[in-house]
Design a protein around this ligand. Structure first.
Ligand code: SAM
Ligand code: ZN
Length: 266
């Protein structure tokens, strides 16, 4: 996590401002690989693990996230002050080339092949795996859809339920956005998303308890499983970042893509 991301992050529990309680491992450019965020208002804490802030309200943390948070809270308490624990400087271990492809494939396989499949289902799963490994970045159709609703290039982008990434990267590149953020609740998808695009800030969080300040983004996209009802009529969707404005303004649905372009510019 980059420290400047704190500007837009908020406590998902009480909406209070967050501080870095401690940083255990940081890169030379200041990105935090392991650390703890604390809410000044309600005292909730959120661990940063594998460069990704885990903005889940309990009991939503995984065991590994919970253990890290407990350990770091203990260190802060023993040190008595924020930043007390020794900070380790680590490499930004983004991987590339063959290693990158192998790691992506291994993560995708373990995610998709979670159970025994019939031969037919197995065939479909293999096609899905191939898509996720080879073609996830081919999201130009989403960019085209978004462009038709936008009046100018957005500077900051949030992809809600962005899963394994891909779309947010296409938006970031097409619009030369200064900030792109992906939010997903799934701890394995966020690892994959982070691996795919270290330029995008990947955050584990729940869209029903948004960990962002209001008006923190000027373009939001989400792709729910279905944006039409069974009768085929469009379902009215509210912008989860700014529900009040989003509902009355321009949250629009096109195909399976929903973009909110209400003018909640930062
Ligand atoms: C249909 S997938 C979309 C994946 C991605 N947007 C894409 O186009 O490849 C829906 C995603 O929403 C995430 N999700 C479901 N409920 C969520 C919630 N409450 N908060 C954040 N993400 C959620 C899932 O983990 C999943 O990755
Ligand atoms: Zn709080």
């Amino acid at each position: 996590m980059r420290l400047e991301t704190l500007e837009i992050l908020r406590c998902p529990s009480c909406r209070g401002s967050l501080e870095v309680a401690t940083r255990r491992a940081v890169s030379s450019s200041g990105r935090v690989r392991e650390g703890l965020l604390g809410c000044a208002s309600c005292q909730a804490t959120y661990p940063i693990l594998g460069w990704v802030p885990r903005m889940m309200i309990e009991p939503g943390l995984t065991e590994q996230e919970r253990a890290l948070a407990a350990e770091l809270r203990g260190e802060v308490a023993r040190g008595g002050a924020a930043e007390a624990s020794p900070t380790q400087v680590v490499d930004e271990d983004w991987i590339s080339g063959q290693d990158y492809r192998a790691r992506i494939e291994s993560l995708v396989r373990s995610k998709i092949l979670y159970t025994e499949f019939s031969p037919k289902m197995r065939e479909r799963a293999e096609r899905d795996i191939e898509y996720r490994i080879e073609r996830t970045d081919q999201k130009d159709k989403f960019v085209k859809t978004a462009e038709s609703y936008l009046e100018g290039a957005p500077r900051s982008i949030l992809d809600v339920g962005g899963g394994q990434g891909g779309a947010v990267t296409a938006f970031r590149k097409a619009f030369a956005a200064e900030r792109s953020v992906l939010l997903d609740i799934d701890d394995e998808w966020v690892e994959l998303a982070w691996l795919r695009d270290p330029e995008t800030e990947v955050i584990r969080g729940d869209a029903t308890h948004m960990p962002f300040r209001d008006e923190g983004f000027d373009f939001l996209t989400r792709r729910p499983r279905s944006s039409t009802s069974r009768s085929g009529k469009p379902v009215s969707l509210k912008c989860p970042v700014s529900p009040e404005r989003g509902s009355s303004a321009t949250t629009r649905t096109a195909g399976s893509s929903t973009t909110c372009t209400s003018p909640h510019l930062s």
